[in-house]
Design a protein around this ligand. Structure first.
Ligand code: GDP
Length: 194
């Protein structure tokens, strides 16, 4: 079966997105970002499976060795399953993502979200960027353009509406993400028929 993986820093709203997509009410439990095992869920309306890979990215209070280990696990998981992974959804907090990315870049580091997006592209899983918490963003178009720019997607963001999905998971407003997922799902089925 096809699979969709979700990645993102802790607190960006991954659990909320998953709950909205799957109808499952689940709590993360434990320390954020340290879940080792991928969690599988079914999306009610389509026959594919969601896998929450919460270990990637920012993990406060986690030793750097352990952090690298988790990151390696996530990368290995995606590489090992790339054949059946339809897409990877990188969930961002739209309010803070650009600032965090720029801070890391200024320090000479590759920001996690940028790294993950590039990695997913590289292994051919065709990432989707879910820009969450749009309720907290004043100038949404400008913010989405900035996010595109940081990810190497040439603005304006509207050119990337198959890839960039502004959502407000807390209010259940995830239509843009569902559209992106449906598009991948149908493209996948078309490929299967060829
Ligand atoms: P996770 O750590 O990535 O799984 O994030 P959670 O789903 O636990 O959400 C982290 C916090 O962000 C919670 O307090 C959510 O209520 C909040 N949150 C999630 N989605 C939204 C949103 O669209 N807007 C706002 N303002 N807050 C949100």
């Amino acid at each position: 079966d096809a699979e969709v993986v979700l990645v993102g820093r802790s607190n960006v709203g991954k659990s909320t997105v998953m709950r909205e997509l799957t109808g499952h009410d689940f709590s993360t439990g434990g320390k954020p970002g340290v879940t080792r095992q991928p969690n599988h869920y079914d999306w009610v309306s389509e026959s594919f499976m969601f896998t929450d890979l919460p270990g990637f990215g920012f993990m406060s209070g986690v030793e750097s060795d352990r952090r690298e280990e988790i990151k390696t696990d996530v990368i290995r998981y995606v590489e090992d399953n790339a054949d059946r992974i339809l897409t990877g959804v990188v969930v961002l907090d739209g309010k803070s993502a650009v600032d965090i990315i720029d801070r890391h870049t200024e320090r000479g580091n590759v920001p996690h979200d940028v790294e993950m997006f590039g990695f997913l592209e590289e292994v051919g899983v065709d990432p989707i960027v879910a820009v969450n918490k749009t309720d907290k963003i004043d100038d949404l178009d400008e913010r989405l353009d900035d996010i595109c720019d940081r990810l190497g997607l040439f603005p304006p963001w509207q050119q990337w509406s198959d890839t960039v999905a502004p959502i407000c998971a807390k209010r259940g407003d995830i239509g843009a993400l569902e559209d992106c997922l449906s598009e991948r799902f149908h493209a996948h089925n078309r490929d299967d028929l060829l």
